[in-house]
Write a protein that binds this ligand. Structure first.
Ligand SMILES: O=C(O)CCC(=O)c1ccccc1C(=O)O
Ligand SMILES: [Mg+2]
Length: 371
């Protein structure tokens, strides 16, 4: 990492100092998706010092944009620089620069939670009026990228050996028959007790999606994620009822990030919604979307955008604040070849531990907070 702080306003008597420091992390191997490979993540560690005195309550956040999902790296950095002269996340535009808002709002929430001696999950749940104590562990799925049927089945079997009982397979990067063979191979390899999801990342048109869901109905999928392009909410709503009488539930992911949770719920477009704090503008916004989905009878699932450890840990706190959350796509740390700090959320038997705090993870990110 190199130092690239924006000019500090600490001397001018401003309430807050916001700093950003760039990082770049390679994936161990590319994650194959219908929208291309993800092979490297570049972003910013964000720190805020609400008291302006370098006290214990300096908060840390992370802004790791993923073009297609969020603003560009350049726009994210520019927005963080701008807010470094302003007064925090309220000034940040969640719609146009969600990753920047994520970084700052997370750092502020971490600082506030530390100050109060609570975990981030406790603070988020309290601010959102959840009315239940956060979980101390959350169920997670393993994420399996595109590959041949044999490669996919081998990766799936390995994940099950490691204790996962829910797997998410990337589909849509090859033709529908190829994906059906992959899902068949996985189901044969892991047996009936393992929950399977498939994520098409918007690859199919309506006809291909109907074919795919008809063929995939034989394999007892928990859901197919984003089978249609982001804007086709009516298509998603229709697909839910069509395929073998609705045998394959539908989840919306890109559609939530692009159109907003309210539009997706209003259109009856999904049985489940995939919520990425980095794409939605922050942990607070992701939790709010999850609670709205819940009250509409739609199942919320929290995932990362293959973020570094700070944002990943924040997403774990978001998931922990959702009562009885379904398996979440948070087990993405092992996709990275290196990380900003050791991971404070060990996975055991398909469940990820939620750090007790204060803030994100007690002293686990002290080096990042103080650098
Ligand atoms: O949900 C998971 O298992 C991991 C996260 C994931 O798949 C993902 C990661 C980066 C960008 C997009 C996506 C996605 O869900 O489509
Ligand atoms: Mg997805």
């Amino acid at each position: 990492m190199t130092d690239d702080d924006p000019p500090s306003d600490g001397d001018s008597g401003e309430l807050r100092t916001v700093r950003r420091r760039p990082f770049a992390l390679d994936l161990t191997r590319p994650l194959g998706t219908a929208r291309g490979d993800i092979d490297r993540r570049e972003g910013f560690v964000v720190t805020v010092d609400p008291a302006g005195n370098g006290s214990e309550a300096v908060g840390v956040g992370e802004a790791t944009p993923l073009p297609g999902w969020t603003e560009s790296y350049e726009d994210c950095g520019a927005e963080l620089d701008a807010v470094g002269h302003g007064d925090g996340s309220d000034a940040l535009r969640a719609e146009s620069t969600p990753a920047a808002r994520h970084g700052v709002s997370l750092a502020l929430a971490d600082a506030a939670a530390r100050e109060a001696g609570r975990s981030l999950a406790e603070r988020l749940a309290n601010e959102a009026d959840v009315g239940a104590s956060p979980a101390d562990a959350v169920p997670v799925n393993a994420t399996v990228g595109d590959g041949s049927a044999a490669e996919t089945a081998a990766a799936a079997a390995q994940a099950v050996d490691e204790g996962f009982d829910c797997l998410k397979l990337k589909v849509g990067a090859r033709d529908v028959e190829g994906d059906v063979e992959r899902v068949r191979a996985v189901r044969e390899a892991v047996g009936d007790a393992v929950s399977l999801r498939a994520d098409a990342n918007g690859a199919w048109d309506r006809e291909a999606a109907r074919c795919a869901l008809d063929a995939l109905a034989a394999f007892d999928l928990a859901y197919v994620e984003q089978p249609l392009p982001v804007d086709d909410l009516d298509g998603l709503a229709a697909l839910r009822g069509e395929a073998r009488g609705g045998a394959v539930p539908v989840a919306a992911d890109e559609s939530v990030a692009a159109r907003g949770i309210d539009a997706v719920l209003e259109a009856d477009a999904a049985d489940a919604v995939v919520l990425k704090p980095m794409a939605l503008g922050g942990p607070d916004r992701a939790l709010a979307a999850a609670l709205r989905a819940r009250s509409a009878g739609v199942d919320p699932v929290v995932t990362t955008t293959v973020d570094a450890v700070v944002a990943r840990t924040a997403a774990v706190h978001v998931a922990a604040a959702i009562p009885e959350v379904s398996p979440c796509g948070l087990a993405t740390g092992t996709l990275l070849d290196e990380d900003l700090a050791p991971d404070p959320c060990p996975i055991d038997d398909g469940r990820m531990a939620v750090p007790t705090g204060p803030g994100l993870a007690g002293g686990a990110f002290d080096d990042l907070r103080r650098e």
